[in-house]
Design a protein. Structure first.
Lengths: 172, 172
DNA sequence: ATGTATGCAAACCATTTGCAATGAC
DNA sequence: GTCATTGCAAATGGTTTGCATACAT
């Protein structure tokens, strides 16, 4: 069995234990959703998860999807992100190296960056709080948008100069 | 003039420059909103901002609030957070010590924590990306909810035991 | 004068909710 | 058999949008 299968088995086991402990039913939908999530590399949203299930003819309602995601969040098998848009992004929490996120505030692109995580000093300072997971969000401008911005700035400057010189600089 | 007034003057100046450069109009609404935001300590959301303006009889539409907040985000005077709920939180970016956020995934409480920020090593590793601001989100369970959770677990365990012993353990 | 910004109300859309039907236990 | 869970469709609510009006330039 390959690593991916092993991982799926492991998380299924954890999920089962969680469901048992919390007296929740072990429905096929729940396990199918978990399985699908752990087939996805990187971030996903509800729409893509829904579609990926429809694609293999597994019928689930969105309500069940949301319901199950919440369970998976509660038991720490899935992480939720809201990078700035209005749709939530998720990603599996297991077998997923911790990483920071570079979020372009202009185009919304999210780039992952692995690196040093929270220092021991920082973690030691956390009291009266049980840490489940953490992530650093770094907002800024990606290279593509820096370029676009630069172009716009030039245009604006040109406009301002024209305005100053002949007081008719008018362009979008 | 006290420090708060000085800060307000400083950000107003920056905002003005931004508006001028981008050929946006300097409307009283925009400056009033900036001023109100810089009167708020800590996080705020649209509703509370709206109310704080209504309270002093400054009439603004929500549309203008959203419009202006976007400008303030663009010029880096305001930060936006989405901690997990469905409403966005904001906070001023100037005169606001960098801090991490401890977010309780159960009750939604957000606690701020100042501490070591990104290491130089980490920042050096960021390429082709202009960092505006960053924040570490630490999800977990706050002390209050740990307690509640513990109570619930005990209840569940009791239920499970009863079930095993007499197979009629039934409680919420 | 010109066209950007405002205010209002309607539209949007991800997410949540209510309820009847299903199926795990 | 019981009641948690599902699926559907309607409701919710923060945010966005369209358009007529107001006002900064």
């Amino acid at each position: 069995m390959d690593a991916a299968q092993k991982l799926k088995q492991q998380v299924k086991k954890e999920f089962t234990e969680y469901l048992t402990l919390h007296k929740c039913r072990k429905t096929p939908e729940r396990f199918a959703i978990l399985d699908h999530i752990y087939s996805i590399r990187g971030h996903f949203d509800m729409e893509s998860l829904y579609n990926s299930m429809v694609d293999v003819n597994f019928r689930v309602s969105r309500a069940t999807l949301y319901n199950t995601i919440q369970l998976l969040l509660d038991c720490g098998l899935v992480m939720k992100h809201q990078f700035g848009g209005n749709i939530s992004k998720y990603e599996r929490a297991y077998g997923n190296e911790n990483h920071d996120h570079l979020i372009c505030t202009l185009c919304g692109e999210v780039r992952e960056m692995t690196g040093d995580q929270l220092t021991t000093v920082q973690l030691k300072n956390i009291r009266k709080f049980k840490v489940s997971y953490y992530s650093t969000y770094i907002y800024g401008t990606c290279s593509k948008c820096i370029h676009v911005k630069r172009m716009e700035m030039k245009k604006l400057e040109r406009g301002n100069q024209t305005k100053q010189n002949k007081s008719n600089g008018k362009q979008t």
